[in-house]
Design a protein around this ligand. Structure first.
Ligand SMILES: [Zn+2]
Length: 282
C-alpha cells in the first residue's frame, strides 16, 4: 500500500492517503464531516479496506465514494459503503454500464448488471464540485478515454488528481472500444488533466505508483505517438496483426504485456471513430 506518501502529504498532513483496494489504488480523504473515497477497490476487499480506513481515520464514516469508471476493480465494494449510508458519485454513463448486462467481446461472455445497491446514487454529465472540510473537490468528465464514463477527481488544496485508468504507468493502457473509448479520446482526456495541473500536482492512476505531472505528460506524449502511427496504418487498411508484425509499437519507451490486444482494441476504436479520419478513407 501507500505509494510515495511522504511527499504527497506536504501541506495536508494526515488528510489524504492511498490505500490498497486489492491491487488497485483507493484514495481516501479525511474531512471533519467524514471520509471521501475515490473508488471502492476490487471485489471481496471490503473488509481489508474498512480496517485500513479505520487505522487512517478512526471513527470516521465514509460519506462519499467517487467511481472513476464502471470496472469491477474500481466499484467492487460500492455495496459495502452504500449500505453504511455513503453517497456514490459517478458519471451517468458509469451508472448505465453498471445497470445493464453487457457483452465482453474479448472474454466472449456477458457481464451481469450490478445489483442496485452497488450503483451510483448521484450522477453528472460534465463537471461538479464538492466543497468539504477545508478542501475544494472538483470533478469532471474525461470523454472516451478508457470507457465512456471516466472521470477525474481533483483535490485542489492537496493538489492531487485521481484519474482512474486514464493513466496507466503499470498495466497496458486499455481501451473499452465497445463503450466508445478510443485512443484519440485518451489523448484529449490526458490534455484535460495537463491543463488542470501544475508541476507540483500528484496524479493517481488506478494501478501503480503516484505519478508526477512530468511522468503523466510522458505517457500522454507516447499515447499521441501511438495514435499517429495507428491512424496512418488504419488508413493503409492494416489490421492489428499486420500492425504488430510491422513493428507499430517498436522503439517506444514502454513495452506492452499484450501488444496484440492493445492494437486490436485501439484499431477497433479508431474505426468506430472513422468520421474523424480523412473523409476519403472509407
Ligand atoms: Zn478500468
Amino acid at each position: 500500500m501507500a505509494f510515495g506518501l511522504p511527499t504527497l502529504l506536504r501541506g495536508q498532513a494526515g488528510k489524504i492517503t492511498i490505500l490498497d483496494g486489492g491491487g488497485t489504488n483507493v484514495v481516501a480523504f479525511s474531512t471533519s464531516e467524514g471520509l471521501i473515497l475515490v473508488d471502492s477497490g476490487a471485489p471481496k476487499n471490503g473488509d481489508k479496506l474498512l480496517s485500513a480506513l479505520k487505522a487512517f481515520a478512526p471513527n470516521a464514516k465514509v460519506q462519499t465514494v467517487f467511481n472513476t469508471h464502471y470496472h469491477l476493480d474500481q466499484t467492487g465494494n460500492n455495496e459495502v459503503f452504500a449500505a453504511a449510508g455513503a453517497k456514490i458519485i459517478a458519471h451517468e454513463r458509469t451508472r448505465q454500464w453498471m445497470s445493464t448486462d453487457y457483452w465482453v467481446p474479448v472474454e466472449d461472455r456477458f457481464e451481469n448488471a450490478r445489483p442496485k445497491a452497488a450503483r451510483p446514487t448521484e450522477t453528472f454529465q460534465t463537471t461538479g464540485a464538492l466543497p468539504t472540510g477545508g478542501e475544494q473537490i472538483d470533478y469532471g468528465y474525461l470523454p472516451l478515454a478508457h470507457t465512456s464514463g471516466d472521470i477525474y477527481v481533483f483535490f485542489t488544496t492537496s493538489n492531487l488528481i485521481a484519474v482512474g485508468d486514464v493513466a496507466s504507468p503499470q498495466r497496458d493502457p486499455a481501451l473499452d472500444y465497445f463503450t466508445g473509448a478510443w485512443i484519440g479520446g485518451r489523448v484529449d482526456a490526458m490534455d484535460i488533466i495537463l491543463k488542470l495541473s501544475n508541476e507540483q500536482t500528484r496524479i493517481v492512476p488506478s494501478y501503480g505508483p503516484v505519478m508526477t505531472r512530468a511522468e503523466f505528460k510522458a505517457e500522454r506524449d507516447l499515447m499521441e505517438e501511438v495514435r499517429a502511427r495507428l491512424w496512418k496504418q488504419v488508413r493503409e487498411g492494416e489490421g492489428p496483426k499486420e500492425m504488430l508484425e510491422g513493428g507499430l509499437l517498436n522503439g517506444l519507451s514502454r513495452t506492452w504485456k499484450d501488444p496484440y490486444k492493445f492494437l486490436y482494441d485501439a484499431a477497433k476504436g479508431l474505426w468506430a471513430h472513422h468520421s474523424k479520419l480523412d473523409p476519403n478513407v472509407v
